[in-house]
Design a protein. Structure first.
Lengths: 346, 293, 240
């Protein structure tokens, strides 16, 4: 164990939420988002598409982490919303809604659909929740594949995007993906800094104890559930926009969950920064090895196992544990008042 | 009367699903591990039988005999080398490990055997094709009856093992309180490894029947995995082994009757029944009271 | 010749130090009582001796061998048995199965299922009952029996009187007296000071993870123990 025993803090104390480090990092993050806006203008078409894919991974990872890492809910069925977001976009576009507007509405739609689903699913924890969400996704996939208007089993495409020139299409898609990703990360950040954040920590530590002191457990989980559903829906819509053609078996595939598990566990479960790192790792592996087909997947699986064995807390989780650094102002720091060298405890 | 036929076919299908689910239930009940590679392990078993059959022209029921000890060893080392470490880091990490394993197995199988679809039905001989005609509307396929019979034997055997043998008692004790188990002299890691070995070997038997009943190819695993999970959860997570077989039967019947209503619906019907059972007040068929001392 | 030697032991619960620089020797055949308020570290200490809690510093030696890093199940075979706080019987196993499961790898000796039931006659009619259905006193008897059946050289007992009716406590201590009379080495944690002093050769008092008082049971007065227990005279030197 690397951490030292807690020293006693005596005398008047201060509580701080921001440190120089976290302040700097958060503003840096904001600047990065602004800088990314200029990517389509500055970089070539392939890069734009690749970055769109990367951002989609980040969004998926952050949302899955919101559920599993912060809410303690392991979902093996987020692909339900990925598929729903994509197919809702197509349905809306088929009904004369502007395709990009359709993506926005599809995202909202996923959030709305998640409301009744939350009443069903949030009764469960653990394995029942996990398998339950998976079966919901599978059932949705089959139901969609029986619908001929949506292309049935052979799939369908977002042909309405053909009205845009390819370059413009890629740019708009990138910007929308960036907007969605920034929005959902921002929303999660705000939620975690609010009272909900502390409630969630309490729920994670001991759900029954939290309930007994008045924490509204199910309400807290429900907010995460809805956010994650909408976020996954956005990722689905963006995947459609980026790849143009989808079919039920692939857009509702449990492989998306596998990617999300990889991203979050490799990056660091329950850390804010982790999924972003994990998404970059996954993306890099795909670029480096993607052309090798089978061996790429073996390497992916092997990497997953290696991380599980040797770095179970993920890259960021291990980093945080070893150094005690916190880049995001999500915790509370207890310090001595009127002292320049305040002791920092995580 | 065709409904009776469907129910009987469904029960036999359920025996197959129960068999596939058995190892999964064992690992989950004992270690709370959700083994995402379980379906792929069953398929691996099928491929190993295929390899044996390439060198020895006989039926799969005999070819599985040399495969079983291999699978036992595989399961043992899977636990000791891979899953044991993951267990220490909480319940989510084994998900990542088994997911990684699943991908590796699928793709190594493709590398080794090509993505071609195969079946072991031919080598199984007349068992795979015979049917007993009971009435004009009721026929019982031999393979279905055999699958159900073997499933019952496996579940019964495992239940006997758990209640009557030293090793089985150790397993039950470790499942109930791993910390105290160590304090009375039980090597919990060895217990876990034995359980995974048994789970993997049973998965191989499931794989054999899988390969006889239908086709298989390197990526067949996940399809059966979800059925196995549904069987376990329908049965209820209260800790009864027989409940898993019962869960499989409910699933099998649901799928068969759904298929009668519309040939495109069997799997969907299974999912719907699963969700209905999950949402029912008890949340599963058998929910043993949680006993605490 | 000391059977158990603990030297400079440090035990942590996460970042909290539960036991600090604990040093103790227990001779073969001795009975040592560990007393102290809740949170003094007694349970953690017993669990560390039994192998269920890893020390962050210090050593534990049993019969001359260093067992500090030895896993719990191997210590049972060396002769250390713990009756855990709260009994911790296997709830869905019957009393007999609880005994059998511990008996499987027991050391050679006089204890087996039959002799344990002889020593705790109340268990005779409870053999086939699931452990969760037993009363507190019955569970305690079964838990002690489960530890004894391994034929331990060192018996560790954690709060065996906790939650028991006075008559049940009487029964437990009567059986314990027999075990002690037969030469067992015992370290017990006990909240009831009278009982502790009555049954033990030596009393060790702990406070916030450290030893604050140690001495032969006959020589320590109730006042001194009470003071040490509550830390009333914290600055006083520890008596050897």
């Amino acid at each position: 164990m690397s951490a030292q025993p807690l020293p006693a803090v005596t005398g008047p104390t201060t509580i701080r939420r921001w440190t120089r480090l976290s302040g700097g990092f958060t503003s840096g993050f904001g600047l990065l988002v602004v800088a990314l806006i200029f990517v389509p203008v500055a970089l070539g078409a392939n890069t734009v598409q690749d970055l769109t894919t990367l951002l989609t991974y980040v969004l998926m990872g952050v949302m899955w982490n919101a559920l599993a890492g912060y809410g303690g809910l392991v979902s093996v069925g987020q692909q339900a919303y990925i598929g729903l977001g994509a197919y809702a976009t197509i349905w809306l576009a088929d009904h004369s809604v502007n395709p990009y507007l359709a993506m926005l509405f599809a995202t909202l739609f996923c959030g709305v659909v998640a409301i009744p689903l939350s009443f069903l699913m949030l009764r469960f924890r653990g394995a029942q929740f996990a398998i339950g969400t998976w079966v919901v996704a599978e059932a949705l996939a089959i139901w969609v594949s029986l619908d001929n208007a949506l292309g049935a089993g052979t799939g369908t495409s977002l042909s309405q995007l053909d009205t845009y020139a390819p370059t413009s299409r890629e740019h708009y898609t990138f910007w929308l993906t960036l907007a969605f990703t920034a929005f959902f990360i921002g929303a999660l950040f705000v939620l975690l800094r609010s009272r909900l954040g502390s409630s969630l920590q309490a729920i994670r530590d001991d759900e029954d104890a939290a309930a007994s002191v008045g924490v509204r457990v199910v309400a807290g989980k429900r907010i995460l559930f809805l956010l994650a559903a909408a976020g996954a829906g956005a990722a689905g819509a963006m995947t459609l926009a980026n790849t143009l053609f989808i079919e039920p078996t692939s857009i509702f595939s449990v492989n998306y969950t596998a990617f999300m598990i990889f991203i979050v566990l490799v990056g660091g479960l329950g850390t804010f920064e982790g999924p972003i790192i994990g998404a970059i790792v996954l993306y890099e592996m795909q670029s480096l090895l993607g052309n090798d087909g089978v061996w790429y997947l073996v390497a992916l699986g092997g990497a997953a196992m290696a991380f599980a064995l040797f770095l179970p807390r993920g890259i960021w989780g291990t980093l945080e544990e070893r150094t005690g650094l916190r880049f995001m102002p999500l915790g509370y720091r207890v310090g001595r008042a009127k002292s320049a060298a305040a002791p920092e405890e995580p | 009367m065709t409904w009776v036929n469907d129910v009987i076919q469904g029960i036999m299908l359920g025996g197959f699903y129960g068999m596939l689910a058995c190892g999964l239930a064992l690992m989950f009940g004992l270690m709370r591990i959700i083994n995402l590679a379980h379906g792929d392990i069953a398929v691996l078993g099928a491929y190993l039988i295929y390899v044996v059959l390439e060198h020895w022209n006989t039926s799969p029921f005999l070819a599985i005999l040399p495969v079983l000890p291999v699978m036992l060893l595989l399961g043992y080392f899977l636990q000791r080398l891979l899953l044991e470490r993951s267990l220490r880091s909480g319940l989510l990490v084994p998900l990542l490990t088994t997911f990684g394993l699943s991908i590796v197995i699928q793709n190594l199988l493709e590398q080794g055997f090509s993505p071609d679809v195969r079946s072991l039905g031919a080598q199984a001989g007349s068992v795979a094709t015979t049917s007993w005609q009971i009435t004009s509307q009721l026929s019982i396929p031999a393979i279905g009856a055999l699958t159900l019979g073997v499933a019952i034997v496996i579940f019964g055997g495992l239940q006997l093992f758990l209640s009557k043998t030293h090793s089985g008692r150790q397993m039950r004790a470790t499942a109930q309180d791993p910390d105290t188990a160590e304090l009375v002299g039980i090597n919990s890691r060895a217990v876990y490894a034995r359980a995974t070995a048994i789970a993997v070997a049973i998965a191989a038997i499931g794989g054999m029947f899988l390969a006889i009943r239908s086709d298989f190819y390197p990526y067949s695993g996940p399809t059966y995995l979800i059925f196995a999970f549904e069987a376990v959860v329908i049965g209820g997570l209260g800790g009864s082994l027989w409940a898993t077989l019962l869960g499989g039967i409910v699933l099998g019947v649901a799928q068969t009757i759904g298929g009668q209503i519309n040939p495109e619906y069997p799997v969907l019907a299974g999912h719907i029944v699963f969700l209905l059972v999950l949402l029912s007040p008890r949340g599963g068929l058998v929910n043993l009271r949680r006993v605490t001392a | 010749m000391s059977l158990l030697e603990i030297d400079g032991l440090n035990l942590r619960h996460g970042l909290l130090e539960a036991v600090r620089e604990f040093t103790l020797s227990v001779a073969e055949g001795e009975t040592v009582a560990l007393v102290g308020a809740n949170g003094a570290g007694k349970t953690t200490l017993l669990r560390a001796i039994a192998g269920a809690h890893r020390p962050s510093a210090g050593t534990i030696s049993f019969d001359g061998a260093d067992v500090t890093r030895m896993p719990a199940y191997r210590r049972v075979r060396m002769g250390i048995a713990l009756v855990p706080e709260g009994r911790r019987l296997f709830p869905a196993l019957t009393v007999e199965e609880n005994l059998l499961v511990a008996a499987q790898r027991r050391r050679p000796g006089g204890w087996n299922v039959e002799t344990v039931i002889e020593a705790f006659p109340m268990l005779a009619r409870l053999r086939g009952r699931r452990a969760a259905t037993l009363s507190g006193g019955e569970q305690q008897a079964a838990a002690i029996g489960r530890a004894l059946i391994t034929n331990p050289r060192l018996l560790l007992l954690d709060e065996v009187s906790l939650g028991l009716a006075p008559l049940a406590v009487e029964d437990v201590y009567r059986s314990l007296a027999t075990v002690i009379a037969e030469g067992a080495t015992v370290v017990l944690v006990e909240q009831d000071l009278t009982r502790a002093v009555a049954v033990a050769d030596r009393v060790v008092c702990m406070l916030e993870g450290r030893i604050v008082l140690e001495g032969a049971a006959g020589e320590l007065t109730r006042e001194r123990i009470t003071e040490a227990y509550f830390g009333l005279r914290r600055n006083q030197a520890v008596d050897a």
